[in-house]
Each structure stands twice: as C-alpha cells, then as structure tokens.
Design a protein around this ligand. Structure first.
Ligand SMILES: Nc1nc2c(ncn2[C@@H]2O[C@H](COP(=O)(O)OP(=O)(O)OP(=O)(O)O)[C@@H](O)[C@H]2O)c(=O)[nH]1
Ligand SMILES: [Mg+2]
Length: 316
C-alpha cells in the first residue's frame, strides 16, 4: 500500500508537470475572460468557447462543453464566475465519462494472447520510436519479456535509433538492412517472438514513404504477413499522434483510422505544449481509446491515459 501510494503520487506529479503549459495557458486565458465579471453570462460563455477552441479542444467537443454549461446556467438561477473553473471541470469530466471506451489501468496483457503483438503507426516525427522504447521499458518493468522489430527500414537512422532504445531498456531487437522489406522484418520478429516465448512484440514502422497510398499499403502488407503466423495479430495497432501539432493530430487521426484498423491511440509531447486540450477532443470524438500519453523524452515519461486523473491534474 505504501509503495502504491508513493508510485501514484509520483505519477500524479509527473502528469501535473507534463500538463503545466496547457494548464497555465488555459487558466490565464480564463481569468482574463472573467475579469470584472461576477456572473457566467453569454459574453463569458462566448469567450470560453473561443478559449477552448484555441486550446485545441476542437470545435465539436468545445460546442458540447459549452452546451452543457449553458444548460447548467439555465437550470441554476445564478452561476458566479468564481465557480467557472469547477463547473468546467465537472462538465468535461461528465462528457468524457459518457464515452464507452475502456479505461486501461496498467501495463498488463491478456494471458490468452501471447505474444501480444503491437504494431506502431503514425507520420514521421510524432514519437513512434520513442514511445516504443518507453513501452518496452514499462512492459519489462511489469515483468513481461519484450521483443522489438525494426520494420522502419526506410532510413538507416531509424533502425539505429530503435537499437539504441533496445540497448537502453535492455530488450532484444530484430533488424535487417536498410531498404529491406518491412513486412519481412515484421515476419522475422513475430516468428522469433514465438520461438523465444516473448510476451510482447512491438513493431516500429516508417512514418514517411514516397506517398501516403504507399504507406497505407505497406501497413496492410505488414499486417497480413504477421497474420500468417498469428491470425488474430496484431492485437494492437497503436496510432501515435503528436499533441503539440493540435488540429493536425486530429486530422491524422481521421486519416489513419479511415485507412487502417487502428485500435489504440498514444498522444505524445504533451509536455512543452499548451495544446494539451487536444487530448480532450480526441478522446471525445474518436471511438478509439487514447491509451497512452507521452509527457517527456525519457523512458519513464509515458503514462496510461486515465481520463479522470487527466482532468483532475488539469484543474488541480
Ligand atoms: N518532449 C517530448 N518529446 C518527445 C516525446 N515523445 C517523443 N519525443 C521526441 O520527438 C522526437 C521524434 O521522436 P521519434 O520517436 O524519433 O519519432 P518517430 O515517429 O519515430 O519519427 P520517424 O522515425 O522519423 O518517423 C524525438 O526528439 C523525441 O525525443 C514526448 O512525449 N515529449
Ligand atoms: Mg522512428
């Protein structure tokens, strides 16, 4: 119990640190918007709407939040601006709670699907390789054996970078030469994982090819090849999105979810950006759950997304 409390306190502090910019920006904007006002009225709500949209919450989600607050204003006779932060927090929490997506609690994997194959996708530079390193660290820490596969063969540096993470975390990695067929690397990796009895396989893929159609075709080819070995794999197609790109992240989520069977999302680089509101928009608008958030460059800087903890930290 003591250890558990300690760990979750540390986790909470990291999350708060990671959300600092988003938080400071959001609340300084809100305080400016209510200067000299005592009552939540139409003008305050208009300003709030603008603030949420410019914090990258997204228009759709912002409108839902504003509508909830409007209903509350209509219901309660008087809402003071001093209550605005707590009302906003409650309504955001309630909105996210309406979503039926699952919450994940730890780095565990189903016993029935071993090796559990995770295929990591996303455009270049969003943090795929870094997230793989962090995932490997966390799965290993949770007592699982991990094998990585360097199926981003488009650049030599990509293979090297994954090797560096594998060394750092001390897990094995399967590679081939630059330019090799990514599907063949994926096949080798999964085959090797079966032979070694690995618990988790994580496959890196290229973020950039000659064009988008090529990229999507390649991802489906990798998938088909993996399925020759394990018909229900990849168990997880994890889409990585860079939160600091705001609306671009939402756009990429739309494109990838339309073209591939993405079933989990990781939002990276929440630290150092004021665009953390994008997490709210993405977890509200997409049926696919946000499973992980990246809040720094180190291996410890990955957390399982917990919507309640997220909103709590944002408004703490
Ligand atoms: N601050 C911060 N930086 C991050 C985070 N995740 C990744 N990065 C940084 O983002 C940069 C790009 O990360 P990569 O992991 O190389 O991204 P990638 O998607 O593999 O890129 P390509 O292989 O070029 O497609 C690196 O400098 C990482 O250190 C994060 O959560 N926070
Ligand atoms: Mg990479």
């Amino acid at each position: 119990m003591g250890l558990f409390t300690f760990l979750s306190k540390e986790k909470k502090e990291n999350l708060e640190k990671g959300l600092e910019k988003t938080k400071t920006t959001l609340f300084s904007r809100i305080s400016k918007a209510i200067v000299g006002k005592t009552k939540v009225d139409e003008e305050v709500l208009d300003n709030l709407e603008e603030i949420l949209v410019s914090s990258d919450v997204g228009v759709e989600t912002t409108l839902k939040i504003i509508e909830r607050i409007e209903n509350r204003v209509a219901r309660d006779k008087y809402l003071g601006t001093s209550e605005l932060n707590s009302i906003l927090k409650e309504e955001i929490e309630a909105l996210l709670q309406e979503n039926t997506t699952l919450d994940f609690s730890d780095f565990d994997i189903p016993v029935s699907s071993r090796p559990y194959v995770i295929m990591v996708v996303g455009v270049n530079g969003v943090g795929k390789t870094t997230t793989i390193g962090k995932l490997a660290y966390n799965f290993k820490k949770a007592g699982h054996s991990v094998l990585l596969g360097a199926a981003d063969t488009f650049r030599a540096a990509a293979i090297e970078q994954l090797k560096i993470w594998a060394d750092r975390v001390d897990v094995p990695v399967i590679t081939q030469a630059m330019g090799a067929d990514p599907a063949s690397v994926a096949f080798d990796t999964v085959k090797s994982a079966i032979a070694r009895n690995s618990d988790v396989v994580i496959i890196d893929t290229a973020g950039r090819l000659h064009n988008k159609i090529n990229l999507m075709n390649e991802l489906s080819k990798i998938r088909k090849v993996i399925q020759k070995l394990i018909p229900e794999a990849p168990h997880e197609i994890l889409l990585i999105l860079d939160a600091s790109t705001g609306q671009n992240a939402i756009e990429q989520a739309k494109q990838f979810t339309a073209a591939t069977d993405v079933n989990a999302i990781a939002l990276t680089k929440l630290d150092g950006t004021a665009k953390g509101g994008v997490v709210l928009g993405i977890s509200d608008q997409f049926r696919i759950p946000v499973k992980y958030i990246g809040i720094g460059e180190k291996m410890e800087d990955l957390q399982i997304f917990d919507r309640n903890a997220f909103v709590e930290s944002l408004f703490d």
